[in-house]
Design a protein around this ligand. Structure first.
Ligand code: GLP
Length: 245
């Protein structure tokens, strides 16, 4: 794993966007794996800014999002489909038909999990997957204890995740308790992974990722088995590492 240290959230966002833009220019038909949450918002802003000023085109790009809340339709402001439209897709020239987010309102969720996994495979897999990390080490919505062999599946969210994500909802009771997420093996099949880590709240997770053994109890640790991972982390997230080294 390669770690790029940056000063702060803004610099992390700039670097991540530069990284993604370079890949899109090299391969205009790139299959991008995208994440939601607070971490990538700044990166998406930079992509929009670059698109408007320099004209980087996303017309041929296909995207696959990591996850979606079970029970939320795309029109719901807290759904990840809404988030992606609102934070990125509506402001670049991407073909919406090429943007994929698992359905939170499928009639048959088992079928939806298979459909999503197959869709990624039919497209030849993800070229570059953007990831954030939960403070308990979750990636996508793969909570501690998730099998490394998992494919797209339905999960019960950990109470720490529900609490962490309650900030986006009016009240904690509104946070869905289940989600549909790419599995760990789905994520690991990506040819390349870019993990973004920002802020003191994530410093323990980053420390554990780099120092603990690979274990299903800390899902992100699996990334150490991947041949091509780049971490962009800011000083606040790296602080814990400095204390011990
Ligand atoms: C969320 C998402 C993850 C995200 C993580 C961190 O629950 N499912 O994909 O990476 O938790 O979120 P944030 O960036 O808001 O800290």
């Amino acid at each position: 794993m390669k770690i790029i240290e940056v000063k702060d959230y803004q610099q992390m966002s700039n670097k991540a966007a530069e990284y993604i833009i370079k890949k899109v220019i090299q391969n205009p038909s790139i299959k991008l794996g995208l994440a939601t949450g607070g971490t990538p918002v700044g990166t998406y802003k930079c992509l929009i800014d670059d698109h408007q000023k320099k004209g980087t085109s996303y017309q041929k790009v296909t995207t696959f999002n990591l996850d979606e809340y079970v029970g939320l339709p795309g029109e719901n402001k807290n759904s990840y489909r809404y988030f992606m439209n609102n934070q990125l897709f509506d402001y670049i020239d991407i073909n919406k038909a090429k943007t994929n987010v698992p359905s939170g309102i499928a009639a048959d969720f088992q079928e939806e999990c298979h459909r999503y996994e197959d869709l990624i495979n039919q497209h030849g897999g993800i070229d570059l997957q953007i990831l954030g990390i939960g403070s308990n080490g979750h990636i996508g919505f793969n909570e501690p204890g998730t099998s490394f062999a998992s494919k797209t599946h339905i999960v019960e969210l950990a109470s720490s995740t529900i609490q962490a994500n309650a900030r986006f909802f009016n009240k904690i009771e509104e946070v869905p308790t289940k989600a549909i997420t790419m599995g760990i093996s789905t994520i690991m099949k990506s040819k390349e992974i870019l993990l973004l880590v920002s802020g003191e709240k994530k410093s323990e997770a980053l420390f554990r990722l780099l120092n603990e053994e690979i274990s299903e109890n800390f899902p992100a640790s699996v990334l150490k088995n991947h041949p091509c991972v780049t971490i962009i982390a800011d000083k606040a997230a790296i602080a814990d590492l400095k204390v011990t080294t």
